[in-house]
Ligand binder design. Structure first.
Ligand code: DGT
Length: 140
């Protein structure tokens, strides 16, 4: 299995509860390495741009307001089959459906306040990484 990269966001519900370290620990224990990380307060332009694929969904406004509500930590994660590995440790979108031992089962508050984002494909990972990071900010 090839070493690849994925993009992750530790969302406002987690930064607000001081869970940045706890979430990162679970990512690292799942075999992912943090090769870039920064704490930002998303602008409306960033939130709406990042989630543009969801703009027709009924929760789009709520989703963007939430992502702008408190700081987030954006990260690039590297590891074997990083996209799938990250999706596995994140758990299902809705914490009520997430498996035991996953980040969302452990920490998420609701389907909206669900603690983490992770890219769903290598193609989207590349797009999402480039949305938030310059190449020189990623140190593998
Ligand atoms: P992610 O990794 O944040 O893109 O989440 P996914 O891929 O597990 O879930 P997706 O792409 O269906 O939805 C993107 C985000 O939108 C999700 O993490 C939280 C939010 N969201 C999804 N469904 C609902 C909903 O019914 N209500 C609210 N408020 N937010 C939702």
């Amino acid at each position: 299995m090839a070493v690849t990269r994925t993009f992750s966001i530790i969302k406002p519900d987690a930064t607000r509860r001081n869970l940045t370290g706890a979430v990162t620990k679970m990512l690292e224990e799942a075999g992912l390495r943090v090769v870039a990380s920064k704490r930002i307060h998303m602008t409306r332009e960033q939130a709406e741009g990042f989630y543009a694929v969801h703009k027709e969904r009924p929760f789009f406004g709520e989703l963007c307001e939430f992502m702008m509500s408190e700081p987030v930590v954006v990260q690039v994660l590297e590891g074997e089959d990083a996209v799938t590995r990250n999706r596995d440790i994140m758990g299902a979108t809705n914490p009520a459906d997430a498996a035991e031992g996953t980040i969302r089962k452990t920490f998420a508050l609701s389907i909206g306040e669900n603690t983490v984002h992770g890219s769903d494909s290598e193609e989207n990972a590349a797009i999402e990484i480039a949305f938030f990071f310059k190449p020189e900010e990623i140190v593998g």
